[in-house]
Design a protein around this ligand. Structure first.
Ligand code: KIV
Ligand code: ZN
Length: 388
């Protein structure tokens, strides 16, 4: 059976850039956009053009630069926003306007001071206006995660009729549980007339640490686009991490999904984004964290040295890391010590290893990590002691 291709919609330059203190200039955004295109993302959300002249200029420049990916600009369901997005995207090879409005009662009554009927009308008007500029129009139902399913279905049916090509179902506040979010996508697939003509998109936030799980639940229930960011950057606790959903699809053939991402570029792009945004990646971050392929306990090290797969489900080469790391600490065993000694040119006999291991433990108890320089010192000293 052919695998379903899941479109990867990267919003690092829009939702990701909403992280406090994460301002990027146009040159940096262009550099990141070029790498995202090379990585193979299908859609780059380049910014929110009406938000500032700088953002307009960045979206315009990215639209000129990018040739293969779709370039998308965000707008609210406000004519000026949509017109500005259209102007910024006018030179894109594949432009998409992303427009939408809050659909949960909380948003409708408290933020927008409106009614369900009025919101539906505004949604339809926004899509029609966007459609007068571009063929590809994505509609987002903000706070869809907390929106009543029957009303959500009604709005979505209306925007499909108005010409929407993609329906974004954001869990804006990161509230949903995976089965709840998955069931929402399934409900929409089963209740919205015309939905088979459009693509359903997930857009999950990570307030409860469920963004990736929710995105995958969405895919399992019929979504064919995932909105995500490099390193999971985004508002508050962030968005779904691109590297996570891509590797989940790769590691779980049972999902029967594929995507166009060149996974070997993931680590490099993660480093670029982290550097340009000034946002360090937590060491234990899945896939791209410094410790994602590092082993420090003796039991794990022994296993990995014998066969990497005992403690690694991903081949580091697949994500652009050249090898797994055996970190020498006081928890390391002889196998790790011998392995690291060999890496720096010392082939230790069993007897020698026993001696050196005791000296190693003394140093390791003083230091968090024993590096190559320390190790060379320990071995040389120990050999001198024996030869005296
Ligand atoms: O989280 C959200 O709802 C959004 C929309 C603007 C798509 O970012
Ligand atoms: Zn968002």
């Amino acid at each position: 059976m052919d695998k379903d291709v899941i479109h990867i919609f990267d919003t690092t330059l829009r939702d990701g850039e909403q992280v406090p203190g994460c301002k990027l200039n146009t040159r940096e955004k262009l550099e990141i956009a070029a790498q995202l295109e090379a990585l193979g993302v299908d859609i780059i959300e380049a910014g929110f053009p009406v938000s500032s002249p700088g953002d307009f200029e960045s979206v315009r420049a990215i639209a000129q630069l990018v040739k293969n990916a779709t370039v998308c600009g965000l707008s609210r369901a406000i004519p000026k926003d949509i017109e500005t997005a259209a102007a910024a995207l006018s030179q894109a090879v594949r432009p998409r306007i992303h427009t939408g409005i809050g659909t949960s009662d909380l948003h409708i009554f408290h933020k927008l001071n409106s009614s369900r009927d009025q919101i539906k009308e505004r949604a339809v008007a926004a899509v029609k206006l966007a459609k007068s500029f571009v063929e590809d129009v994505e509609f987002y139902a903000e706070d869809a995660g907390r929106t009543d399913n029957a009303y959500l279905a009604e709005v979505l049916e209306a925007v499909i009729k108005a010409g929407a090509t993609v329906l974004n179902i954001p869990d804006t506040t990161g509230y949903c549980l995976p089965d709840e979010y998955g069931a929402k996508i399934r409900y929409l697939k089963e209740h919205v007339r015309g939905i088979d003509r459009v693509i359903i998109s997930t857009h999950c936030h990570n307030d409860l640490g469920l963004a990736t799980a929710n995105s995958i639940a969405g895919v399992q229930n019929g979504a064919r686009q995932i909105e995500c960011t490099i390193n999971g950057l985004g508002e508050r606790a962030g968005n779904t991490a691109l590297e996570e959903v891509v590797m989940i699809m790769r590691q779980h053939p049972g999902l029967n999904c594929t995507n166009n991402i060149n996974t070997q570029m993931l680590t490099g792009v993660s480093k670029l984004v982290s550097d340009r945004m000034g946002m360090p990646v937590q060491p234990n971050k899945a896939i791209v964290g410094a410790n994602a392929f590092a082993h420090s306990s003796g039991i794990h090290q022994d296993g990995v040295i014998k066969k990497r797969e005992t403690y690694e489900i991903i081949n580091p080469l697949d994500v652009g890391v050249d090898h797994s790391k055996i970190v020498l600490t006081a928890r390391s065993g002889r196998a790790a010590l011998a392995y690291r000694a060999k890496e720096i040119g010392f082939d230790l006999s069993k007897v020698e290893l026993d001696h050196i291991y005791q000296d190693f433990l003394l140093v390791a108890d003083q230091k968090k990590e024993v590096d190559n320089h320390d190790l060379e010192g320990i071995i040389t000293k120990s050999r001198k002691k024996v030869s005296v």
